[in-house]
Design a protein around this ligand. Sequence first.
Ligand code: NAD
Ligand code: IPM
Ligand code: MN
Length: 362
Amino acid sequence: MTKHILVLPGDGIGPEITAQAVKVMEVCRDEFGVDISWEEAPVGGAGYEAAGHPLPPETLAKAQAADAIVLGAVGGPKWDKLEDISLRPERGLLGIRKELALFGNLRPALLYPQLADASSLKPEVVSGLDIMIVRELTGGIYFGQPRGIRTLDNGEKEGFNTYVYSESEIRRIAKVAFEMARKRNKRLCSVDKANVLEVTMLWRDVMEEVAKDYPDVELSHMYVDNAAMQLVRAPKQFDVMVTGNMFGDILSDAAAMLTGSIGMLPSASLDENAKGMYEPCHGSAPDIAGKNLANPLACILSVAMMLRYSFDNAGVAGKIEQAVSHVLDEGLRTADILSAGRTQVGTVEMGAAVVKALKALK
Ligand code: NAD
Ligand code: IPM
Ligand code: MN
């Protein structure tokens, strides 16, 4: 049966990169016989402009009905001053994650060998890098109640959020991470702040408990401050990392830079049944939006993740990754991954090069 995809371009560079991802989807459908169809809907700032809400009800209904979602990015300075925080573009994205229970966020930091010289770290530190960050995505401090800004008796304002995880929330993300480690090099590092925060003391306890079901996986624990340092000191010590919502957000941006650019890092956000939303880890990059400068590869590689995780088509997913590797072999680089002796291309040209390379792999 035809799988239906909802494409949510969003804001800033979002529409520029999803346009290239859609071209890759066309090749998957027309040349590789992948039975998919798709439609677009507004989300984020675009949702606010079109329907007065960052997650218009029609968009949410389409997201719920779709077999998978491809999202560009949301947000931008135009909406940063909206008084009602529930109308901010980012709330559209958080709303889909929560409504669809997409708690398991996979962020693979993989260095394409051709980009060893694009990383800000020495080639020997990053060459061969292949880390999978498993980030909990629908809980923690992002969603904990109570939250808000209140005025104290002395007239001063106070902002507050709640960092909370239940055992069941920790257990289900632990299982995702252990299963992932089992399929890879069987090493899992759980990142927490258990020396200070009770919520992550519980996190650590539950990780230990789940570990009993995975005797073949070696579990270790690391405090988040040390983990940030180790990621830039000796990143290849990691195989799979599992952590909460906010720590995962921060560590995955740092890990992205190891791969050359945040424009290289795709992601999958999955529910219990591997229904998912696929999106690059980066944002709407307002500083380069509309200039044909954005790297579309993270978004294109997110399509590959969709084929692998939601449509059980590792074959064509691998072809997309091979096509990306091929254009890097040719020396084509967007500005963010440019280094001496390479050819700078724009978003559209990079997308077209991947399409050409993919067709050649038929
Ligand atoms: P950002 O990721 O948008 O940009 C950070 C830096 O990385 C910028 O210099 C940008 O030009 C560069 N960059 C990002 N993606 C790139 C790409 N594909 N190619 C080349 N360069 C790229 O983060 P920010 O500036 O902190 O946030 C901008 C807006 O995006 C904010 O409104 C934020 O809330 C939003 N945001 C959205 C998402 C999402 O939709 N998933 C993720 C992060 C941030
Ligand atoms: C990400 C983004 C989002 C997050 C924002 C835009 C809500 O930074 O997907 O990494 O913090 O999860
Ligand atoms: Mn982020």
